[in-house]
Write a new protein. Sequence first.
Length: 292
Amino acid sequence: MTTEALTVVGSRGSRTRRRIFTVVAHVLLVGASILMLYPLLWMLASTFRPENEIFTSSSLWPSSWSIDAYFRGWSGLRVSFGTFFLNSFVIAILSIAGNVFACSLAAYAFARLQFRGRNFWFALMLMTLMLPYHVTLIPQYVLFLNLGWVNSFLPLVVPKFLAADAFFIFLMVQFFRGLPKELDEAAMMDGCSPWRIYWKIIMPLSLPVLATAAIFTFIWTWDDFLGPLIYLSEMRQYTVQLGLRTFVDSTGQSDFGGMLAMSVLTLVPVFLFFLFFQRLLIEGIATTGMKR
């Protein structure tokens, strides 16, 4: 057999092995995806089952279909579940506005301005990332209690406007440092103030990292359970997470069908928010920390 024939046979064998490897890899990925999605599929299927089959049936396909769980979940409590959705949206939107505005201002100062003690304050800010939330929980509660803010949205929203999330400050600092400083110098020569540079130049160029901060803020705020549990006591002020807890009552009758139905609905805003802004999220994470 000639050398050319051996080369052809070898290349065919290599292509065959690559195809087999690709098929096996895809089969494994599909299997892993089904395994990870099974709890979500089970929850979705359980919303259409009769109440007595939720924990007794092992099949994903319900024996009979019904949407009564969605009606029970939406209006079965003393307060409509729509009120919980509205409360969560209000807190999430205000938190996004506060984090994007306040954290970008702080990050702009650390990344682009020169002032005494900048490195010290930046290091101090980074140290707060290592501080567990539970360490400051009691002092914060005492502070908000003395201010009369307990049982309101203020403890959940006001800290966002004070650049309290060091993670987003660090994320934006790394992105701002990657922007050419020649833009600032050119703007200063044209008579722009630092505030005008921030608003007219830095912010429009930082849309990916701002969108990343907004997406993470929305998801973390929407899924937050501990904060609303501590500061909110009236049912009319509950968020969706506290609303879901009320379906399972140890002293009375629990409605697992309604709870699962509302759990599915609470996943929809997060899914849609990520779906619409995933390109900016990936771009913001990919470019953060890269210097030009």
